[in-house]
Write a protein that binds this ligand. Sequence first.
Ligand code: FES
Ligand code: FE
Length: 365
Amino acid sequence: MAEGRAGSPEADVPGVRISGALRRAARAMPRDCTFSGDDWRVLSRFWHPVAYCEEVTSQPVRAKLLDVDLVVYRTSAGVVVARDICLHRGAMLSLGHLEGDELVCAYHGWRYGPAGACTKIPSQPSGRRISPGIRLLTCPAREQHGLIWCCLAGEPTADLPAWPETSDPAFRQLHLAPQAWNTSAARQVENFLDVSHFAFVHRQTFGNAASTEIPPIPVQPTGSGLRYGFSYQAANPAGSPLGAAPAIGRETSYELTLPFAAKLTIAYPDKGPGARHVLIDVAQPVSAKSMRLYLLIARNFDPGVPARDLLSWEEKIVSQDRPIVESQRPEELPLDLGQELHVQADSMTIAYRRELARLGLGCGQ
Ligand code: FES
Ligand code: FE
């Protein structure tokens, strides 16, 4: 094939070059995309997680973000996130393997260096030039807060969130195993921001059945999201990692980072000044109706409580939310406020929907 033209015999080819049209097509919205075009373009400009750091090794793994198949792997130069497609014949690169720092496609053995450039085409005579345009379709990737983040559009519109507790040695660092939920990222995050479900969904854990009224909660915009606080007298049944008290006061502050990350800082005055339990909920929008949940935990008190007890308690709480959230219809969060009913206790979630709409999401709903 002569320089991207189909039909010419391979033997005539002095080199192999990728056409601009092929590269543009491979970077475009995925086939069978479940998002509207506007939503996909808005969301593709943000950082999103695609894996915990520990999941990514020198063995390529698959991830899916905004319906885009990705290959993720680690080289000595850092983590690589690229579209999971070989531009030669469209095979998934995640079926390949690494030799040294080079990704080797499983189909015909084309090799790609850590910066993405094709370094070898085994079927070509050795020494023949390889066009620098033959490259992996990489995305910017960052390793922070124990997660691998990437931005499909290349130029993120916002920085990664600053969560100092995730690198503070005074805090124990834990996280739940990743969970795939059948709901949208926005529905899952909204549930994390909602406080009026505690007395019902979490009645067997921290939910206080006698405390159902929610006072007015002022919600402040931060530029990158929202912030608000909430005082709560939580139940503390047997099995809780907080000790034997029948109830325990919590001073909580929520900080949302658009579009799909939220940090909850819980202060326990009974545990001493400065005692903090931090939960960070980050949702990977896999498709419009599926997401992957990462839950980070940072805690600076009661070091004697075993990690497995803390994790199993949080898993229990999350498992109470999950069937409710997965039952919600539509799976997508309605950003037109006329589509669901709202009361005073929904001020945070109303504000969240308005912030998402302000980004330009949901215009087609
Ligand atoms: Fe990857 Fe042919 S499809 S080398
Ligand atoms: Fe909940």
